[in-house]
Design a protein around this ligand. Structure first.
Ligand code: NGO
Length: 529
């Protein structure tokens, strides 16, 4: 850290000499024509809505570059500065946009093309400045992710690298297709530490993912402290698949994750899976079982054997308490109640449970989300269904959509990041088939389910279940490169997407992931650089 500061100071002192040399002033020679930047303006994942390159302009970050911002953009600016200072070694002071005289990265709130909306941005790169304009900080953050990808991959390095730090000239106009662009992490089957979850958030934010769904409870583990039912975490969180030590997040740790995500414009969607997938809760509290007997902890990978006791009143006190505590920890709008694979609950009990449980979520000020099986019950019209089937038909989901329910698209044969890439993949499952990058990319979220209009689609989510994955390295291997593929389906308009262009752009991400320490799957379908 101290070294970095000295280097920054040194860079400031030698900068004028350096710049004079570069521009040819000191030697009296003609200015040296700037070499082309390493990246092209459109080389971004997800593909921007519009980009117009201008080969006559190139911006270079140099020791005198400043980051200049409008009030309200400081947080995004500091994050950008932090990234750039580490790899460039430059000072890069963050200062007000007022007083701009060139050689700056400008982050401006307001003044963008009105099409950018709440989450989009406009990026203008000239030799004088990089200007990102947005209506809100979320848009500036998205623009900064684009800028990162336009810089050489070494910008992601934690140690000082040699430049040059050139950004290709031109204009990008960009905004998302869907408001909900998510991925899910199952921290129940195998526990992931707070740091691992934070690292994962850093990585997904680069691809403009704006929701992280955390699957916080399942048969094998309960991962969030609930103060009114302390044994859920203390006992129910004490193991995981394979019998490892498991773990759970205290409420403070969980708040820390939520805040880390917020700073990266990612909203956490917590899920407590009920009434099935509840063995960890049934092991922690005997009274939740119909027979009043606590179940043993479970470390296998079967699904569909557990159920809350639907006729018992205590079941709803339990749901109420958990939802109340979870809602208080959740600044975002959504709270997920699971509802999948309830093979141990009768259909009548299932309906009765869902019809009582979803309104509890609404009473605590959140919009309920459930796996698409909740369409078998009468759901409040603002409930969101998450479609995870393999089929392209689901009449029950289409009926629910007619009543007003929105749908998140997570078709298992396209978006499940826990499916193997191919026969040779060591990690993962196969029940929904092999999913190579082209399978993950080659479908249309707006028209995937027959008779479901695009207007009913809230967005796209790629779930990552962890029966076979034990740590962040495993998670990253399964997520990269498929997660960026699905992120593009959520962000980019149909017209900006095509497989051949995507392969090239994705291939250019490889060196960036190497710098970021992401051990990814080198899919033979992609021309890795
Ligand atoms: C299913 C099941 C999960 C499994 C996952 C494995 C849903 C919604 N429920 O997806 O419990 O972990 O498959 O791929």
């Amino acid at each position: 850290m101290r070294h970095a500061r000295w280097r920054a100071l040194l860079s400031l002192l030698v900068a004028p000499l350096l710049l004079a040399g570069l521009s040819g002033v000191a030697t009296g020679a003609e200015p040296v024509a700037a070499a082309a930047p390493e990246t092209r303006l459109g080389d971004v994942v997800p593909a921007p809505v519009e980009s117009r390159a201008n080969p006559d302009e190139t911006f270079s970050i140099n020791p005198l570059t400043r980051i200049q911002v409008d009030p309200g953009a400081e947080e995004v600016a500091e994050q950008l500065a932090d990234l750039l200072r580490r790899s460039t070694g430059y000072w890069l002071p963050v200062m007000p946009a007022r007083g701009y005289t060139g050689n700056a990265i400008l982050l401006r709130l307001g003044g963008a093309d009105p099409r950018v909306g709440a989450e989009g941005y406009q990026l203008d790169v000239t030799t004088r400045a990089v200007t990102i304009r947005a209506e809100r900080p979320a848009g500036l953050f998205a623009g900064v992710q684009t800028l990162r990808q336009l810089l050489p991959p070494s910008v992601e390095s934690d140690e000082r690298q040699r430049g040059p730090w050139r950004v290709p000239g031109g204009t990008v106009l960009d905004y998302p297709r869907f408001g909900y662009r998510a991925t899910m992490l199952d921290v129940a089957r195998h526990f992931l530490t707070v740091d691992e979850v934070k690292r994962h958030i850093d990585r997904i934010a680069l691809y403009k993912i704006n929701y992280l769904h955390l699957h916080l409870s399942d048969d094998q583990g309960w991962r969030i402290e609930i103060q009114s039912w302390p044994r859920l975490a203390a006992h129910g969180g004490s193991t995981e698949v394979g019998g490892g030590p498991g773990g759970y997040y205290t409420q403070d740790q969980y708040r820390d994750i939520v805040e880390h995500a917020r700073r990266r414009h990612v909203t956490v969607v917590p899920e407590i899976d009920v009434p099935g997938h509840t063995n960890a809760a049934l092991a922690s509290y005997a009274e939740l079982n119909c027979d009043g007997k606590a179940r043993p902890l479970y470390t296998g990978t079967e699904v569909g054997f557990s159920s809350l006791c639907v006729p018992k009143e205590i079941t709803y006190r339990f749901v109420e308490d958990v939802v109340r505590e979870l809602a208080a920890l959740t600044p975002g709008p959504y709270l997920h109640l699971g509802g999948d694979e309830t093979h141990a609950t009768s259909p009548a009990d299932y309906r009765a449970f869902v019809e009582r449980a979803l309104p509890i979520v609404r009473r605590h000020g959140k919009t309920p989300v459930g796996w698409h099986e909740i369409a078998n019950a009468t759901t409040p019209s603002d409930a969101v269904l998450q479609y995870w089937g393999r089929s392209a038909k689901s009449p029950a989901v289409v009926e629910a959509a007619k009543r007003g329910n929105k749908v998140i698209m997570s078709p298992a044969n396209r978006t499940y990041l826990d499916m193997k890439y191919d026969r040779s993949t060591k990690l993962g499952l196969t029940w929904a088939g092999y999913i190579e990058v082209r399978d993950a990319y080659g479908w249309e979220p707006g028209g995937h389910l027959a008779d479901l209009p695009e207007s009913s689609v809230l967005g796209v989510e790629s779930p990552l279940w962890t029966e076979t994955l034990t740590d962040l390295a495993d998670v990253s291997y399964m997520a990269f490169p498929r997660l960026p593929a699905i992120a593009e389906l959520g962000w980019s308009p149909k017209a900006a997407r095509d497989w051949d262009g995507f392969r090239e752009r994705l291939g250019a991400q490889g060196p960036r992931w190497e710098r970021m320490g992401i051990g990814f799957h080198r899919s033979p379908q992609i021309p890795w650089r």
